[in-house]
Design a protein around this ligand. Structure first.
Ligand code: PHE
Length: 340
């Protein structure tokens, strides 16, 4: 009996030492210590042993059981540690690999100039009011003195969404919205995107940007318009910049002008940038047409006003010396990086 127990213990200890999964170890435990395990069977056969020998044999069995239980627990701990190590190894994340450093974002050149224009006019107490990009025919045309059959509609090839709704072709729509909301004195700018069915090329894009300006009060004259635009040009190009008005036509202003700034590149002598003329066109403007004031319930015998529409893309191109409008819209990171 004693010999049996010793042999059983030794082989089992060897098996425990050799096993390397939790499942195997569990099988060994059940095989020896389980209900019908080998050691349990030995204990059951105690009844065949003479009573005087039982305590001694019982002790041997118990010692053997304790040794086996301890060996199983130790092995269990080792196997668990091994399994953990294996998992840590296989799931390890290599944090040493080089990743490209994300570059800090910056403002788009159009946004930079737009913000400067907004700051400039805000400092002169103009309020900023951005109208909707989807407009009604009424705000974009009708109320601006451009009825449905008016040939001036041809000046702007418009994207219509439905018969009544369109993508605004000019920020001038914002003038009407403002004059409906607020009665004079009015001093506002309306920056935003405008849309025209133009083919994209070096100087055209179906989406571009304008900043509309509107001032309505008693006694506003063309001198006020000239003064503010001159200040604007000196601020945005340089202090020697001159402005000139050329007669033009817009249905919503009378008289209407196109405004040129002396070329900041050559100072007006004539160069490649100004195509030898010494001047660069920067915006359209004029005195608000009486009909437009009337459409907004403002009495044109009491109030007068001026309006202007700056091409933001044009100003940006002049300031940064960009000669192809497409560069501004392609968003090539190498181009954009230069502005930060
Ligand atoms: N809305 C005109 C355009 O898009 C510009 C303009 C605005 C002209 C205000 C006069 C007054 O061409």
């Amino acid at each position: 009996m004693e010999e049996n127990i010793k042999q059983l213990t030794d082989t089992t200890l060897a098996n425990i030492a050799a096993c390397d999964t939790g499942a195997q170890l569990n099988d060994i435990r059940i095989g020896i210590l389980g209900k019908s395990g080998a050691l349990t069977a030995l204990l059951k056969s105690m009844k065949d042993i003479p009573p005087e020998k039982r305590p001694e044999v019982g002790k041997i069995v118990n010692v053997a059981r304790e040794r086996l239980e301890a060996a199983i627990a130790d092995r269990q701990a080792v196997i668990e540690q091994q399994e953990l190590d294996r998992r840590l190894q296989s799931e390890k994340i290599d944090i040493s690999i080089d990743v490209p450093t994300p570059c800090a974002g910056g403002y788009h050149p159009l946004t930079l100039i737009r913000n400067r224009i907004v700051d400039f006019f805000s400092s002169l107490s103009f309020v900023v009011d951005e109208g909707p990009e989807i407009e009604t025919d009424y705000y974009n045309f009708e109320a601006l003195n451009i009825p449905a059959d008016h040939p001036a509609r041809e000046m702007q090839d418009t994207f219509f969404v439905t018969d009544k709704f369109l993508l605004r072709s000019q920020t001038s729509a914002g003038q009407i919205r403002m004059m409906e909301k607020v009665k004079p004195p009015i001093k506002m700018i309306s920056p935003g995107r405008v849309f025209r069915a133009d083919e994209a090329d070096a100087t055209h894009s179906p989406v571009f940007h304008q900043v509309e300006g509107l001032v309505v009060d008693k006694g506003i004259t063309m001198c006020d318009l000239k003064g503010i635009l001159d200040l604007f040009a000196k601020k945005f190009f340089n202090e020697n910049t001159q402005t000139r008005f050329r007669p033009s036509y817009f249905p919503f202003t009378e008289p209407s002008v196109e405004v040129d700034a002396s070329c900041s590149q050559c100072g007006g002598k004539g160069c490649r940038v100004c195509k030898g003329t010494g001047w660069i066109e920067i915006l359209g403007a004029g005195m608000v047409n009486r009909n437009v004031l009337k459409n907004c319930d403002i009495d044109p015998d009491i109030y007068t006003g001026y309006a202007f529409g700056v091409g933001l893309d044009r100003i940006t191109n002049i300031i940064y010396g960009i000669n192809n409008l497409r560069t501004v819209y392609e968003n090539d990171i190498r181009f954009l990086k230069q502005f930060n």
